[in-house]
Ligand binder design. Structure first.
Ligand SMILES: Cc1ncc(C[n+]2csc(CCOP(=O)(O)OP(=O)(O)O)c2C)c(N)n1
Ligand SMILES: [Mg+2]
Length: 379
Protein backbone atom coordinates (compact mmCIF):
# COMPACT_ATOMS: atom_id res chain seq x y z
CA UNK A 1 0.00 0.00 0.00
CA UNK A 2 1.40 3.43 -1.00
CA UNK A 3 2.94 5.33 1.83
CA UNK A 4 2.67 2.52 4.35
CA UNK A 5 5.69 1.69 6.39
CA UNK A 6 6.14 -1.71 7.89
CA UNK A 7 7.18 -1.55 11.50
CA UNK A 8 8.94 -4.56 12.83
CA UNK A 9 6.93 -6.08 15.67
CA UNK A 10 8.89 -6.22 18.87
CA UNK A 11 9.05 -9.70 20.32
CA UNK A 12 7.47 -9.70 23.75
CA UNK A 13 9.67 -11.04 26.43
CA UNK A 14 7.91 -13.86 28.25
CA UNK A 15 9.21 -15.07 31.52
CA UNK A 16 9.37 -18.85 31.63
CA UNK A 17 7.36 -20.31 34.49
CA UNK A 18 9.52 -21.63 37.24
CA UNK A 19 10.19 -25.34 36.91
CA UNK A 20 11.02 -25.51 40.56
CA UNK A 21 8.21 -27.78 41.83
CA UNK A 22 9.70 -27.91 45.28
CA UNK A 23 9.45 -24.14 45.58
CA UNK A 24 5.83 -24.32 44.43
CA UNK A 25 5.04 -27.03 46.95
CA UNK A 26 6.67 -25.18 49.79
CA UNK A 27 4.60 -22.07 49.21
CA UNK A 28 2.69 -22.11 52.46
CA UNK A 29 1.12 -25.50 51.83
CA UNK A 30 -0.02 -24.85 48.25
CA UNK A 31 0.94 -27.86 46.20
CA UNK A 32 -1.88 -28.22 43.74
CA UNK A 33 -1.77 -28.10 40.01
CA UNK A 34 -4.51 -25.82 38.68
CA UNK A 35 -6.53 -28.59 37.02
CA UNK A 36 -8.84 -30.47 39.39
CA UNK A 37 -8.26 -34.16 39.99
CA UNK A 38 -10.82 -36.32 38.13
CA UNK A 39 -12.04 -37.79 41.43
CA UNK A 40 -13.00 -34.33 42.67
CA UNK A 41 -15.96 -34.19 40.33
CA UNK A 42 -19.06 -36.38 40.15
CA UNK A 43 -21.84 -36.45 37.63
CA UNK A 44 -25.26 -37.87 38.49
CA UNK A 45 -27.15 -37.86 35.19
CA UNK A 46 -28.54 -40.69 33.04
CA UNK A 47 -27.24 -43.38 35.39
CA UNK A 48 -30.03 -45.79 34.48
CA UNK A 49 -30.93 -46.49 38.11
CA UNK A 50 -33.91 -48.61 39.05
CA UNK A 51 -35.55 -48.76 42.46
CA UNK A 52 -33.99 -52.20 42.82
CA UNK A 53 -30.46 -51.06 41.97
CA UNK A 54 -30.81 -48.41 44.68
CA UNK A 55 -32.33 -50.79 47.22
CA UNK A 56 -35.65 -48.91 47.34
CA UNK A 57 -38.67 -51.15 47.98
CA UNK A 58 -41.87 -50.58 45.96
CA UNK A 59 -43.63 -49.48 49.18
CA UNK A 60 -40.94 -46.89 49.89
CA UNK A 61 -41.08 -45.65 46.31
CA UNK A 62 -44.83 -45.18 46.68
CA UNK A 63 -44.23 -43.23 49.90
CA UNK A 64 -41.74 -41.02 48.08
CA UNK A 65 -44.18 -40.45 45.24
CA UNK A 66 -46.95 -39.63 47.70
CA UNK A 67 -44.79 -37.04 49.41
CA UNK A 68 -43.91 -35.35 46.11
CA UNK A 69 -47.60 -35.20 45.35
CA UNK A 70 -48.35 -33.86 48.83
CA UNK A 71 -45.92 -30.98 48.26
CA UNK A 72 -47.49 -30.21 44.87
CA UNK A 73 -51.11 -30.29 46.09
CA UNK A 74 -50.26 -28.38 49.27
CA UNK A 75 -48.74 -25.53 47.28
CA UNK A 76 -51.44 -25.48 44.61
CA UNK A 77 -53.98 -25.04 47.39
CA UNK A 78 -51.80 -22.45 49.15
CA UNK A 79 -51.66 -20.43 45.91
CA UNK A 80 -55.44 -20.56 45.70
CA UNK A 81 -55.84 -19.42 49.30
CA UNK A 82 -53.35 -16.62 48.68
CA UNK A 83 -55.58 -15.47 45.82
CA UNK A 84 -58.49 -15.43 48.27
CA UNK A 85 -56.39 -13.31 50.64
CA UNK A 86 -56.41 -15.97 53.32
CA UNK A 87 -52.61 -15.92 53.23
CA UNK A 88 -50.65 -12.68 53.34
CA UNK A 89 -47.04 -11.67 52.84
CA UNK A 90 -44.60 -13.54 50.65
CA UNK A 91 -45.27 -16.97 49.18
CA UNK A 92 -42.54 -18.69 47.15
CA UNK A 93 -43.63 -21.98 45.63
CA UNK A 94 -41.35 -25.00 45.21
CA UNK A 95 -43.48 -26.57 42.45
CA UNK A 96 -41.17 -28.39 40.01
CA UNK A 97 -38.40 -29.00 42.54
CA UNK A 98 -40.01 -31.90 44.45
CA UNK A 99 -37.47 -34.52 43.35
CA UNK A 100 -34.78 -32.52 45.13
CA UNK A 101 -36.52 -32.49 48.50
CA UNK A 102 -37.76 -36.08 48.45
CA UNK A 103 -34.60 -37.55 46.88
CA UNK A 104 -32.34 -35.88 49.40
CA UNK A 105 -34.49 -36.52 52.48
CA UNK A 106 -35.00 -40.21 51.65
CA UNK A 107 -31.34 -40.61 50.67
CA UNK A 108 -30.07 -39.34 54.03
CA UNK A 109 -30.85 -39.91 57.71
CA UNK A 110 -34.00 -38.61 59.42
CA UNK A 111 -31.96 -36.65 61.96
CA UNK A 112 -29.52 -35.07 59.51
CA UNK A 113 -30.25 -31.36 60.02
CA UNK A 114 -31.79 -29.44 57.14
CA UNK A 115 -31.48 -25.70 56.65
CA UNK A 116 -32.69 -23.80 53.61
CA UNK A 117 -33.79 -20.47 52.20
CA UNK A 118 -37.32 -19.06 51.99
CA UNK A 119 -38.58 -21.55 49.34
CA UNK A 120 -39.00 -23.99 52.18
CA UNK A 121 -42.43 -25.71 52.14
CA UNK A 122 -41.31 -28.68 50.05
CA UNK A 123 -38.33 -29.61 52.20
CA UNK A 124 -40.35 -29.20 55.39
CA UNK A 125 -43.08 -31.53 54.13
CA UNK A 126 -40.48 -34.01 52.89
CA UNK A 127 -38.91 -34.07 56.33
CA UNK A 128 -42.28 -34.93 57.82
CA UNK A 129 -43.78 -31.63 58.94
CA UNK A 130 -47.54 -32.05 59.14
CA UNK A 131 -49.47 -30.22 56.44
CA UNK A 132 -51.69 -28.86 59.25
CA UNK A 133 -48.75 -27.11 60.91
CA UNK A 134 -47.52 -25.86 57.52
CA UNK A 135 -50.85 -24.50 56.32
CA UNK A 136 -51.62 -22.88 59.69
CA UNK A 137 -48.25 -21.14 59.49
CA UNK A 138 -49.12 -19.76 56.05
CA UNK A 139 -52.37 -18.47 57.56
CA UNK A 140 -50.45 -16.81 60.42
CA UNK A 141 -52.29 -18.92 63.02
CA UNK A 142 -51.09 -20.05 66.45
CA UNK A 143 -51.03 -23.77 65.51
CA UNK A 144 -48.53 -23.08 62.73
CA UNK A 145 -45.06 -24.61 62.92
CA UNK A 146 -43.62 -21.23 64.00
CA UNK A 147 -46.71 -20.25 66.02
CA UNK A 148 -47.93 -18.13 63.14
CA UNK A 149 -45.09 -15.68 63.53
CA UNK A 150 -42.81 -16.86 60.76
CA UNK A 151 -45.05 -17.29 57.74
CA UNK A 152 -44.09 -18.93 54.48
CA UNK A 153 -40.41 -18.01 54.63
CA UNK A 154 -39.78 -19.25 58.18
CA UNK A 155 -41.01 -22.82 58.51
CA UNK A 156 -39.28 -24.53 61.44
CA UNK A 157 -39.60 -27.97 63.00
CA UNK A 158 -36.72 -28.60 65.35
CA UNK A 159 -38.11 -31.99 66.48
CA UNK A 160 -37.62 -33.12 62.90
CA UNK A 161 -34.21 -31.41 62.62
CA UNK A 162 -35.65 -28.86 60.22
CA UNK A 163 -33.95 -25.53 60.94
CA UNK A 164 -35.80 -23.20 58.54
CA UNK A 165 -36.74 -21.20 56.42
CA UNK A 166 -34.41 -18.08 56.03
CA UNK A 167 -35.16 -14.89 54.14
CA UNK A 168 -31.70 -13.35 53.69
CA UNK A 169 -30.23 -14.77 50.50
CA UNK A 170 -27.22 -16.88 51.50
CA UNK A 171 -27.64 -16.10 55.21
CA UNK A 172 -28.36 -19.71 56.15
CA UNK A 173 -25.16 -21.11 54.60
CA UNK A 174 -22.78 -20.15 57.43
CA UNK A 175 -25.41 -21.30 59.94
CA UNK A 176 -25.52 -24.73 58.25
CA UNK A 177 -21.75 -24.96 58.29
CA UNK A 178 -21.81 -23.93 61.95
CA UNK A 179 -24.22 -26.78 62.71
CA UNK A 180 -21.86 -29.14 60.91
CA UNK A 181 -19.01 -27.83 63.07
CA UNK A 182 -21.05 -28.55 66.19
CA UNK A 183 -21.85 -32.06 64.97
CA UNK A 184 -18.21 -32.81 64.30
CA UNK A 185 -17.29 -31.45 67.73
CA UNK A 186 -19.94 -33.57 69.42
CA UNK A 187 -19.26 -36.58 67.19
CA UNK A 188 -22.93 -37.12 66.37
CA UNK A 189 -22.26 -38.74 62.99
CA UNK A 190 -24.79 -36.43 61.31
CA UNK A 191 -24.45 -34.50 58.08
CA UNK A 192 -25.95 -31.03 57.69
CA UNK A 193 -27.91 -30.61 54.46
CA UNK A 194 -27.48 -26.92 53.66
CA UNK A 195 -29.61 -25.74 50.73
CA UNK A 196 -29.51 -22.46 48.88
CA UNK A 197 -30.39 -21.04 45.47
CA UNK A 198 -28.25 -20.20 42.46
CA UNK A 199 -28.67 -16.56 43.44
CA UNK A 200 -26.85 -17.16 46.72
CA UNK A 201 -23.64 -18.64 45.38
CA UNK A 202 -22.05 -15.31 44.61
CA UNK A 203 -22.70 -13.98 48.09
CA UNK A 204 -19.65 -13.67 50.31
CA UNK A 205 -21.42 -15.82 52.91
CA UNK A 206 -21.18 -18.87 50.63
CA UNK A 207 -17.46 -18.44 50.04
CA UNK A 208 -16.58 -17.88 53.68
CA UNK A 209 -18.63 -20.89 54.71
CA UNK A 210 -17.33 -23.15 51.91
CA UNK A 211 -13.76 -22.32 52.86
CA UNK A 212 -14.28 -23.29 56.50
CA UNK A 213 -16.30 -26.41 55.58
CA UNK A 214 -13.36 -27.73 53.61
CA UNK A 215 -10.61 -26.44 55.88
CA UNK A 216 -12.18 -28.05 58.97
CA UNK A 217 -13.37 -31.16 57.05
CA UNK A 218 -16.94 -30.67 58.23
CA UNK A 219 -19.86 -33.07 57.70
CA UNK A 220 -21.88 -30.82 55.41
CA UNK A 221 -23.36 -30.86 51.93
CA UNK A 222 -23.64 -27.44 50.33
CA UNK A 223 -26.58 -28.06 48.04
CA UNK A 224 -27.25 -25.38 45.44
CA UNK A 225 -30.70 -25.76 43.92
CA UNK A 226 -30.02 -24.27 40.52
CA UNK A 227 -33.51 -23.56 39.20
CA UNK A 228 -32.06 -21.31 36.48
CA UNK A 229 -33.26 -18.01 37.91
CA UNK A 230 -32.77 -15.73 40.88
CA UNK A 231 -35.96 -13.66 40.77
CA UNK A 232 -35.87 -12.61 37.08
CA UNK A 233 -32.12 -13.02 36.53
CA UNK A 234 -30.88 -16.06 34.62
CA UNK A 235 -27.80 -17.78 36.03
CA UNK A 236 -25.57 -16.92 33.07
CA UNK A 237 -26.35 -13.21 33.58
CA UNK A 238 -25.24 -13.28 37.20
CA UNK A 239 -22.46 -15.89 37.38
CA UNK A 240 -19.22 -15.49 35.43
CA UNK A 241 -18.99 -19.29 35.61
CA UNK A 242 -22.51 -20.71 35.16
CA UNK A 243 -21.33 -24.25 36.01
CA UNK A 244 -21.79 -23.60 39.69
CA UNK A 245 -20.31 -26.89 40.94
CA UNK A 246 -16.90 -25.68 39.72
CA UNK A 247 -16.75 -23.28 42.65
CA UNK A 248 -15.83 -26.37 44.69
CA UNK A 249 -12.34 -26.36 43.19
CA UNK A 250 -11.54 -23.04 44.82
CA UNK A 251 -11.97 -24.73 48.20
CA UNK A 252 -10.39 -28.11 47.39
CA UNK A 253 -13.77 -29.73 47.81
CA UNK A 254 -15.64 -32.29 45.79
CA UNK A 255 -18.02 -30.81 43.21
CA UNK A 256 -21.05 -32.70 41.96
CA UNK A 257 -23.73 -32.06 39.39
CA UNK A 258 -27.08 -33.80 39.67
CA UNK A 259 -30.19 -34.16 37.52
CA UNK A 260 -32.65 -32.51 39.87
CA UNK A 261 -35.68 -33.55 37.84
CA UNK A 262 -34.89 -37.20 38.48
CA UNK A 263 -35.76 -38.68 41.87
CA UNK A 264 -33.35 -41.61 41.61
CA UNK A 265 -30.37 -39.46 40.65
CA UNK A 266 -30.93 -37.11 43.59
CA UNK A 267 -31.43 -40.01 45.99
CA UNK A 268 -28.25 -41.74 44.88
CA UNK A 269 -26.14 -38.56 44.87
CA UNK A 270 -27.23 -37.47 48.33
CA UNK A 271 -26.79 -40.91 49.86
CA UNK A 272 -23.28 -41.29 48.49
CA UNK A 273 -22.12 -37.74 49.12
CA UNK A 274 -23.64 -37.42 52.61
CA UNK A 275 -21.89 -40.61 53.72
CA UNK A 276 -18.58 -39.23 52.48
CA UNK A 277 -19.29 -35.91 54.20
CA UNK A 278 -19.79 -37.78 57.49
CA UNK A 279 -16.18 -38.94 57.07
CA UNK A 280 -14.98 -35.35 56.79
CA UNK A 281 -15.29 -34.87 53.03
CA UNK A 282 -17.83 -32.12 52.39
CA UNK A 283 -19.10 -31.40 48.87
CA UNK A 284 -20.69 -28.69 46.79
CA UNK A 285 -23.66 -30.32 45.08
CA UNK A 286 -25.25 -28.47 42.18
CA UNK A 287 -28.73 -29.82 41.57
CA UNK A 288 -30.15 -28.72 38.22
CA UNK A 289 -33.84 -28.18 38.69
CA UNK A 290 -36.59 -25.79 37.58
CA UNK A 291 -39.42 -23.88 39.19
CA UNK A 292 -42.66 -23.89 37.23
CA UNK A 293 -44.25 -20.97 39.06
CA UNK A 294 -43.03 -17.40 39.37
CA UNK A 295 -40.41 -16.32 41.87
CA UNK A 296 -43.20 -15.36 44.26
CA UNK A 297 -46.89 -14.66 43.83
CA UNK A 298 -46.27 -11.30 42.18
CA UNK A 299 -44.06 -12.17 39.24
CA UNK A 300 -45.14 -11.38 35.65
CA UNK A 301 -42.39 -13.79 34.43
CA UNK A 302 -41.26 -11.69 31.51
CA UNK A 303 -37.78 -13.18 31.71
CA UNK A 304 -38.73 -16.53 30.19
CA UNK A 305 -40.81 -17.70 27.27
CA UNK A 306 -43.93 -19.85 27.39
CA UNK A 307 -42.12 -22.33 25.14
CA UNK A 308 -39.29 -22.73 27.64
CA UNK A 309 -41.76 -23.36 30.44
CA UNK A 310 -43.77 -25.89 28.41
CA UNK A 311 -40.62 -27.77 27.38
CA UNK A 312 -39.54 -28.01 30.99
CA UNK A 313 -42.94 -29.36 31.98
CA UNK A 314 -42.15 -32.42 29.89
CA UNK A 315 -39.49 -33.20 32.48
CA UNK A 316 -41.93 -32.92 35.42
CA UNK A 317 -40.32 -34.92 38.24
CA UNK A 318 -43.68 -36.18 39.52
CA UNK A 319 -44.83 -37.38 36.10
CA UNK A 320 -41.50 -39.15 35.67
CA UNK A 321 -42.01 -41.19 38.83
CA UNK A 322 -45.64 -41.84 37.93
CA UNK A 323 -44.56 -43.20 34.55
CA UNK A 324 -41.91 -45.37 36.22
CA UNK A 325 -44.46 -46.81 38.65
CA UNK A 326 -46.87 -47.64 35.83
CA UNK A 327 -44.27 -48.94 33.35
CA UNK A 328 -42.84 -51.26 35.98
CA UNK A 329 -46.26 -52.37 37.15
CA UNK A 330 -45.57 -51.22 40.70
CA UNK A 331 -48.99 -49.55 40.81
CA UNK A 332 -52.12 -49.36 38.70
CA UNK A 333 -53.52 -46.07 37.45
CA UNK A 334 -56.53 -46.59 39.74
CA UNK A 335 -54.24 -46.92 42.74
CA UNK A 336 -52.36 -43.75 41.81
CA UNK A 337 -55.64 -41.87 41.27
CA UNK A 338 -56.82 -42.99 44.74
CA UNK A 339 -53.55 -41.86 46.22
CA UNK A 340 -53.95 -38.44 44.62
CA UNK A 341 -57.46 -38.17 46.04
CA UNK A 342 -56.21 -39.04 49.53
CA UNK A 343 -53.48 -36.39 49.24
CA UNK A 344 -56.00 -33.77 48.14
CA UNK A 345 -58.23 -34.68 51.09
CA UNK A 346 -55.27 -34.35 53.48
CA UNK A 347 -54.52 -30.89 52.10
CA UNK A 348 -58.17 -29.81 52.37
CA UNK A 349 -58.16 -30.98 55.98
CA UNK A 350 -55.07 -28.83 56.52
CA UNK A 351 -56.91 -25.82 55.09
CA UNK A 352 -59.79 -26.47 57.44
CA UNK A 353 -57.38 -26.83 60.35
CA UNK A 354 -55.74 -23.52 59.46
CA UNK A 355 -59.10 -21.77 59.10
CA UNK A 356 -60.15 -22.93 62.57
CA UNK A 357 -56.88 -22.24 64.35
CA UNK A 358 -56.90 -18.96 66.36
CA UNK A 359 -54.69 -16.01 65.51
CA UNK A 360 -51.86 -15.62 68.06
CA UNK A 361 -52.69 -13.62 71.18
CA UNK A 362 -51.02 -10.22 71.29
CA UNK A 363 -48.86 -11.36 74.26
CA UNK A 364 -47.14 -13.94 72.05
CA UNK A 365 -45.28 -11.04 70.44
CA UNK A 366 -43.00 -11.11 73.47
CA UNK A 367 -42.47 -14.86 73.45
CA UNK A 368 -39.93 -16.93 71.52
CA UNK A 369 -37.43 -14.10 71.73
CA UNK A 370 -33.86 -14.90 72.66
CA UNK A 371 -32.79 -13.07 75.78
CA UNK A 372 -29.86 -13.52 78.09
CA UNK A 373 -30.11 -11.28 81.12
CA UNK A 374 -26.36 -11.34 81.86
CA UNK A 375 -25.33 -10.61 78.28
CA UNK A 376 -22.38 -8.26 78.76
CA UNK A 377 -23.26 -5.66 76.15
CA UNK A 378 -26.88 -5.18 77.17
CA UNK A 379 -28.06 -3.29 80.22
C1 LIG B 1 -29.09 -10.51 50.95
C2 LIG B 1 -30.32 -10.41 50.09
N1 LIG B 1 -30.28 -9.76 48.93
C3 LIG B 1 -31.38 -9.67 48.15
C4 LIG B 1 -32.55 -10.24 48.55
C5 LIG B 1 -33.79 -10.16 47.65
N2 LIG B 1 -34.03 -11.47 47.05
C6 LIG B 1 -34.98 -12.28 47.55
S1 LIG B 1 -35.05 -13.70 46.73
C7 LIG B 1 -33.81 -13.28 45.68
C8 LIG B 1 -33.37 -14.23 44.59
C9 LIG B 1 -32.64 -15.44 45.06
O1 LIG B 1 -32.65 -16.42 44.08
P1 LIG B 1 -32.09 -17.88 44.30
O2 LIG B 1 -31.02 -17.86 45.32
O3 LIG B 1 -31.73 -18.43 42.98
O4 LIG B 1 -33.30 -18.69 44.94
P2 LIG B 1 -34.70 -19.10 44.29
O5 LIG B 1 -35.63 -17.97 44.52
O6 LIG B 1 -34.48 -19.35 42.84
O7 LIG B 1 -35.14 -20.31 45.03
C10 LIG B 1 -33.37 -12.01 45.98
C11 LIG B 1 -32.30 -11.33 45.23
C12 LIG B 1 -32.57 -10.90 49.80
N3 LIG B 1 -33.67 -11.50 50.26
N4 LIG B 1 -31.44 -11.00 50.53
MG1 LIG C 1 -32.78 -19.73 41.73
Amino acid sequence: MAGSTKTKAKKPTVKKPSANKAAEASHNGAAHAFAPEPGDFRRYFDSGHTHESLGITPETLLDMYRNMLLQRRFEERAAQMYGRQKIAGFLHLYIGQEAVSVGSVWGTRPDDPIITAYRDHGLALARGMSPNAGMAELYGKIDGCSRGKGGSMHFFDVDKSFYGGHGIVGGQIPVGVGMAFAMKYKETGGCCLTYFGDGAINQGAFHEAANLASLYKLPVLLIVENNEYAMGTAVHRASAEPDLYKQAYAYDMKGAIVDGMDLFEVYHAMQELADEAREGKPALVEVRTYRYRGHSMSDPQKYRTKEELEAKKDEDPILRVKKYLLDNELATIEKLDDLDESVKAEVMAAVEFAENSPVPEIETMYEDIYTQSDYPFLV
